[in-house]
Ligand binder design. Structure first.
Ligand code: AHG
Ligand code: MN
Ligand code: MN
Length: 332
């Protein structure tokens, strides 16, 4: 495959699919920010980026230094670009408007600046997840303008900061993977039209919560654990990295099912993961790669958000497996 940079790939999308050139420029800005975050992550203890800050975010979670650093890098890079009307982040209470002195554009950017915070200090893969929605025309956006279902996303992507830094992207025409060439600083297209196998023998779930799960989830995992002798007639393998980006990236690479379902630890919360910053962008990418994503009873991309920091139950990955879990929910 000839070496094609992210810019070249997006220019090709302009030619072949009519991609808005401003969306290309926005994505290049986001990619540049991810490169900067990757650099900060790579410095580790030498860069003074590890550890906690002692502050909490709007969701009551303790913030790591890198949560805040990554958030600042994304905000600063995108503020003056001219392609955004506003942005929202897991780490900011309210949407961040574009300062009046700066040019503005037609898009809303949402992000989880640093996903997998619990893995920062132990040198395990972490990442950034982002989503782009259209902004209202002719006026400044307000918080309710962000509350669009995932089907309205014009682009979603994530970066994984692991042994390699990769950027995985979809602008609505399949999923492409770019690997950061650390020598030249460019993201190079390394995989086109990723397809998630429809069947799998690998599941990802935090098993320590088993006693809190709802019956359909418990039943599904029990069936997986029963292996060849059980109703599924095959042995399953398990993986749980505790960074959604890394778990989803494995599923993009070889299939599998990822679940962070509702559980009765906090019965009033629909789930742990965030609809706008995690579930929607990942569901968009998974569907673009031929997989499926549901909260058990509804396609995630069709959920109409009621609030910016809304949480949701997430079941996504290999299509037949996700459909099987949905069927168990219907039968319950
Ligand atoms: P974040 O670091 O952005 O708060 O997200 C962490 C999320 C997700 O990446 C991961 O799948 C999950 O939390 C892990 O949760 P547990 O520690 O409960 O397993
Ligand atoms: Mn996250
Ligand atoms: Mn985060």
């Amino acid at each position: 495959m000839p070496r094609l940079s992210l810019t070249h790939h997006l220019i090709r999308c302009e030619r072949e699919h009519g991609l808005d050139p401003n969306l290309r420029l926005l994505l290049e800005t986001v990619a540049r920010a991810c490169k900067t975050i990757s650099h900060a992550v790579g410095k580790g203890a030498l860069g003074g980026v590890l550890g906690s800050l002692g502050t909490t975010n709007v969701q009551g979670e303790t913030q790591k230094k890198l949560d805040v650093i990554a958030n600042e890098i994304l905000v600063e890079a995108n503020e003056w670009g001219g392609y955004l009307a506003a942005m929202a982040s897991e780490e900011m209470n309210a949407p961040h408007g574009i300062p009046v002195a700066y040019p503005r554009g037609n898009y809303l950017l949402l992000f989880d600046p640093l996903d997998g915070s619990s893995n920062v200090d132990v040198n395990v893969s972490i990442g950034t997840i982002f989503s782009v929605l259209p902004a209202p025309k002719g006026r400044e956006p307000v918080e309710t303008d962000f509350l669009q279902p995932g089907t309205r996303q014009v682009c979603a992507g994530y970066a994984v900061y692991g042994p390699q830094t990769v950027l995985v992207l979809s602008v609505g025409h399949g999923v492409q993977v770019f690997t950061l060439d650390r020598d030249t600083g460019s993201f190079i297209l390394t995989q086109e039209n990723v397809r998630i196998p429809a069947d799998t023998k690998e599941f990802a779930i935090n098993m320590s919560n088993m006693r809190h799960w709802a019956p359909p989830v418990k039943r599904y995992i029990d069936e997986c654990l029963a292996g060849k002798e059980g109703p599924r007639g095959k042995d399953f393998n398990m993986r749980w990295i505790a960074s959604m980006v890394a778990d989803v990236h494995r599923i993009m690479s070889r299939g599998g099912i990822f679940m962070y379902p509702w559980d009765k630890r906090e019965p009033d919360k629909p789930g742990k993961l965030r609809l706008m910053y995690e579930a929607n962008p990942m569901s968009y990418l998974v569907e673009q790669a031929g997989g499926a994503a549901t909260n058990g009873t509804q396609r995630i991309l069709e959920i109409v958000p009621k609030k910016l920091h809304e949480r949701v139950s997430v079941i996504l990955g290999s299509k037949n497996e996700v459909d099987y879990v949905s069927a168990l929910h219907r039968r319950a």
